[in-house]
Design a protein around this ligand. Structure first.
Ligand code: TMP
Length: 235
């Protein structure tokens, strides 16, 4: 397959495929960054594991009625996805207080939230991904208020689906980040990835962190956490 690099991000590369205008290849790298690129390293086998984890989760969400960009996994670290225009809004959904919720608002880590909190961050490395509101989003022309209502409702359904899926595997879905895009027909669909890079997963019994926080905060056993998530969701 003849492919041309279209875009390289911190954790993935996107390639166009000769003769296919509506599809791209999404390749997962072992590179890991945190704190807007300040901390950098590689996590052995992360690309392979995140490809498999994202494949399982995108398939599961698709089977449950969520429109996604996922088409098929084509190698250990590559998948074919629908080509979309990414909406430059990172959508974060939280069930349990952790991460920036603690830093910004003083929640105590591990507090179960009565209702999920949905937040929006501007997807911009140069501006450091600031938290913003739907009014900022519409003023910047990134999406309409109606689009954002739809994105929020999809996010809450995805949350329910992920919580149910992971509960059966003894994992708490603490929070996660989603990205959406517009396909060729202008439909809004789920894009990007769902993996321990973009979610916080805690073991239900021990509260052990099984996600990228192990890398962010030098907690050790980083590769093992990705492997553990993959093993728990494989069956
Ligand atoms: P936060 O608590 O640091 O705001 O992160 C919330 C969730 O979003 C967490 O599951 C990790 C994920 N996330 C990303 O996927 N990319 C990012 O750049 C950041 C900051 C967080």
């Amino acid at each position: 397959m003849e492919k041309t690099l279209l875009y390289e991000g911190k954790a993935k590369r996107i390639y166009s495929v000769a003769g296919k205008n509506d599809e791209v290849i999404q390749e997962f790298k072992d590179d890991a960054t945190a704190f807007n690129g300040l901390k950098k390293d590689t996590i052995h086998n992360k690309g392979i594991r995140n490809t498999e984890i994202t494949t399982i989760l995108m398939n599961y969400l698709g089977e449950n009625g969520i429109p996604t960009h996922f088409i098929e996994k084509i190698s250990d670290n590559e998948m074919i996805v629908k080509k979309v225009d990414i909406i430059k809004v990172e959508v974060v959904c939280r069930n349990v207080a952790a991460g920036s919720l603690i830093k910004k608002f003083g929640f105590k880590e591990g507090t179960a939230l009565q209702n999920p909190i949905v937040e929006y961050y501007l997807k911009s490395d140069t501006l450091g991904d600031p938290l913003f509101t739907v009014d900022h989003i519409t003023a910047l022309g990134l999406a309409s208020a109606k689009d954002m209502e739809y994105i929020k409702s999809l996010t809450l359904i995805i949350n329910e689906l992920l919580v149910t899926f992971f509960r059966k595997r003894n994992i708490r879905v603490v929070d996660f980040k989603l990205e959406f895009g517009r396909d060729k027909d202008n439909n809004i669909i789920l894009a990007d990835e769902i993996s321990p890079d973009t979610c916080r997963f805690w073991d239900v019994e021990t509260n052990e962190k099984l996600d990228k926080d192990r890398f962010r905060f030098d907690l050790g056993k980083v590769e093992e956490a990705y492997e553990e998530i993959l093993n728990r969701i494989k069956n």
